[in-house]
Design a protein around this ligand. Structure first.
Ligand code: ZN
Length: 316
């Protein structure tokens, strides 16, 4: 499957519930239950799963077993296993784990960056350059893909509105170091479709052949509307979370990501090709839910199913 942003009908869906979802709930999944969840989603055809994060275990005990989860899932046939890294230290740990891709995330919001990492945005960009250099200097890690993520690109719970120029300037600075993917994230659910069209148009004009992903939270019910807007201007990669599990521990009020199975249904209905089986995805959802201790999941497709006489559009 072609994975870059383009005008084809192939769409790459990355499951982030195992990272973004789990980090925001109290229940700590066992390593075995995470692995089973990941296996079931891979069997459903999900091409990439962000299985954890390289942060200190005392900060996020839910993700303390990330290295074990990677070592047991990176051999699943056809699955790209990725993990989030917030800094250089995390990236070094990550590269030694056997992971296929590391997604380094910095915050476009100066206030958010300072509050969460005690770094300026400029220092955070430098961290990415150090990570890229480290990979270059260590041939055994040359195969590890390095994504660069722009958090709070559509708004910030501390700073409020974010100037689009700040997003584009930060992206320009990151592009100096040739990331393998760019992720633009509405970390706290402020984005609207008009803003998505505007920002992603400019981002795609700058990134050329580098794949661009959109990461949306459904905090104000606009998650799928934002996906549709980004899709319209050429974005072909989206993050989502099974059952909408998720949020942000540093962003009060932030809710879960776009619901994976609702996203896949929408893409199917629009004639896009995800390679994902919705029936199998619902089985994975049932398994994931059976491990929760009272946490609420979301989603509409799970309740409504396929419409009578359902057929995918052929729009391209
Ligand atoms: Zn998120």
């Amino acid at each position: 499957m072609k994975t870059s942003n383009n005008l084809s009908n192939n769409v790459w869906v990355r499951e982030v519930g195992t990272r973004d979802g789990l980090q925001s709930i109290d229940t700590i999944f066992t390593t075995d239950s995470k692995i089973e969840w990941i296996k079931q989603e891979a069997a459903a055809g999900i091409p990439e799963i962000e299985v954890g994060s390289f942060v200190p275990a005392k900060l996020l005990p839910q993700l303390a077993d990330t290295t074990d989860v990677i070592s047991q899932t990176c051999k699943i046939n056809g699955l790209r296993v990725s993990a989030l890294v917030p800094n250089f230290r995390g990236a070094i740990d990550g590269m030694g784990s056997g992971v296929h891709q590391l997604n380094y995330v910095l915050s476009v919001s100066e206030a958010h960056s300072q509050a969460n990492t005690r770094k300026t945005v400029e220092e955070a960009v430098l961290d990415f350059s150090r990570i890229v250099s480290y990979r270059k200097d260590n041939p055994e890690y040359h195969h590890v893909l390095l994504g660069a993520g722009l958090a709070t690109a559509f708004g910030c719970t501390i700073a409020g509105q974010i100037d689009e120029k700040d997003v584009l300037n930060t992206l320009e600075a990151l592009l100096e170091f040739s990331p393998d993917e760019v992720v633009v994230a509405d970390t706290v659910g402020f984005a609207n479709p008009a803003q998505c069209r505007r920002i992603f148009k400019q981002v795609l004009a700058m990134t050329g052949s580098i794949p661009v992903s959109a990461h949306f939270h459904d905090t104000r019910g606009l998650g799928l509307a934002n996906v549709a807007a980004a899709l319209d201007v050429g974005v072909r990669r989206f993050d989502a979370s099974l059952g909408g599990l998720g949020g942000c521990p540093y962003a009060p009020g932030a809710s879960g990501n776009v619901v994976t199975e609702d996203l896949v249904f929408m893409l199917d209905a629009m004639g896009m090709d995800t390679g994902i089986s919705l029936d199998k995805l619902l089985l994975a959802r049932t398994f994931m839910e059976s491990n929760l201790n009272g946490e609420v999941t979301k989603g509409a497709f799970v309740h409504a199913g396929f419409p009578k006489g359902f057929k995918s559009e052929s729009v391209f």
